[in-house]
Design a protein around this ligand. Structure first.
Ligand SMILES: [Ca+2]
Ligand SMILES: [Ca+2]
Length: 442
């Protein structure tokens, strides 16, 4: 090798090292800045809320687990004086809110923070076989921030079962393609990234083995980058990949579908189609069928089309891009004939709710509404309870709300919902980086 070639190689090597250092430094810096900013926002929100709370605490206690007020006996008289104001009726069951956020929950429940410091824009959750809550963080700056590297998986053990994470462990870091979906199956931790499925042997106590990529050809690029993964009781793996666009005819049949695989990544087939972005799906505890959320398209106004819950059955087409809701033709194609062979939604939700994670709980469905980003008046930003009867949904009520304030500001954005063995509910939030825990007061 002559001297000039040697010098060239040296120069290329030094330049490469410098470029890597700059990229790593940038990622470290953006992550740090992001987390600092998240913690700063949480602190400001918390302080503002505490101020308001202190100024109104006599009339509106946040923690209202007080003994019931004994009502005035009927017919009692106050001696002809001016009528006195009726005392506020106390709820029949107490409600406890320890979060510092102005959240509303059903009577008889308590809500608290499972972790105290922002984990960054966390998304989907799963419990390990040894009962530890795992959560994904696809990117330190958010799923749709453009930065696709620096993804992490956290574990939050609660060994003493006091409803607070004992610590936060970083199980995996440096994942570079938006780890989002997360599931445990047969003692493996599975991670769904934008273009891959990887699995790791689970070794208990939040420890995992080597990375094994079992699917490396998920459709990537384009609009919807979250991938969701789950396992049926019959031992099949399901993966949801949304559309590449808001509304369009896909050229890649692997988009806007839920696909089925064997747990080792073999046996790929498309299971159901016409799903614009089924970000959340779960298995019915009795029938084993897949129930999925579906995010409707944009640019049809504030109230169209609905977000949907669909029961996903083999070879069904759920409408997108030609039809939405109950077989309504999309004006982009205006082709009613297309709708006859598609499935009507099981349930329609408010347009732009951005329904994401869902979970069965006490026979009903809890669904996280991440909240609208482009509606005139914001909607969502809450967890709802859908009243399930057989294969129908017959009602909807707020379960946790209050992140969306009357002035339109948003304190948090729920992403996923999960239930532990005791029946306590956990809600992840990618705005605050917090996990809320809702439990019944015994
Ligand atoms: Ca604990
Ligand atoms: Ca549909």
């Amino acid at each position: 090798m002559d001297k000039i070639s040697l010098v060239r190689i040296l120069i290329i090597g030094i330049a490469g090292t410098l470029a890597s250092a700059v990229i790593l430094g940038y990622e470290w810096w953006t992550t740090k800045e992001y987390l600092n900013e998240q913690n700063r926002v949480i602190n400001i929100l918390y302080d503002q809320f505490q101020e308001k709370r202190n100024s109104t605490s006599s009339s509106a206690p946040i923690v209202s687990d007080l003994p019931p007020v004994t009502p005035e006996p009927v017919g009692s008289s106050n001696g002809g004086a001016e009528p006195v104001a009726e005392p506020e009726p106390e709820p029949a069951f107490p409600v406890v809110n320890e979060t510092g956020f102005p959240l509303t929950i059903p009577d008889g429940f308590k809500i608290s923070l499972f972790n105290n410091e922002s984990l960054g824009p966390i998304r989907f959750m799963a419990f390990s076989p040894d009962g530890i809550l795992f959560v994904s963080m696809p990117s330190p700056t958010g799923l749709y921030s453009g930065l696709k590297s620096g993804g992490k998986i956290f574990a939050l053990p609660d060994k003493n079962k006091d409803g607070k994470a004992d610590e936060v462990k970083t199980v995996l870091s440096g994942l570079d393609n938006l780890p989002h979906g997360i599931a445990f199956y047969n003692n493996y931790l599975y991670i769904a990234e934008e273009d891959k499925i990887a699995r790791y042997k689970y070794l208990n106590n939040s420890e995992v083995g080597e990375r094994e990529v079992i699917v490396d050809d998920l459709a990537d690029a384009g609009d919807h980058v979250s991938r969701t993964i789950g396992f049926s009781a019959s031992g099949k793996m399901y993966v949801s990949v949304g559309s590449s666009c808001n509304v369009c005819e896909e050229t890649d049949s692997r988009r806007a579908v839920i696909s089925e695989y064997n747990p080792d990544g073999s046996g790929f087939r498309i299971f159901a189609t016409g799903l614009r972005n089924a970000v959340g799906f779960v298995f019915h505890p009795v029938t084993g069928e897949i129930w999925a959320t579906e995010n409707g398209r944009d640019e049809l106004g504030d109230d169209l089309p609905p977000d949907e819950i669909n029961i996903i059955r083999e070879n069904n087409n759920y409408g997108w891009p030609y039809c939405y809701g109950k077989k309504i033709p999309d004006p982009a194609y205006n082709n009613p004939g297309r709708c006859s062979a598609t499935q009507a939604s099981t349930y329609d939700m408010q347009a732009h709710s951005a329904s994401l994670g869902l979970r069965f709980w006490r026979g009903d469905l809890l669904v996280a509404y991440h909240g609208s980003w482009n509606r005139t008046e914001p909607t969502g930003y809450k967890v709802v309870r859908l009243d399930v009867e057989g294969d129908k949904i017959i009602g909807e009520q707020d379960f946790v709300s209050g992140w969306l304030r009357p002035d339109g500001s948003k304190l948090g954005r729920p992403v996923d919902v999960i239930v532990d063995d005791s029946g306590a509910i956990y809600v992840s939030d990618d705005k605050t980086g917090l996990i809320y825990r809702v439990s019944e007061i015994k």
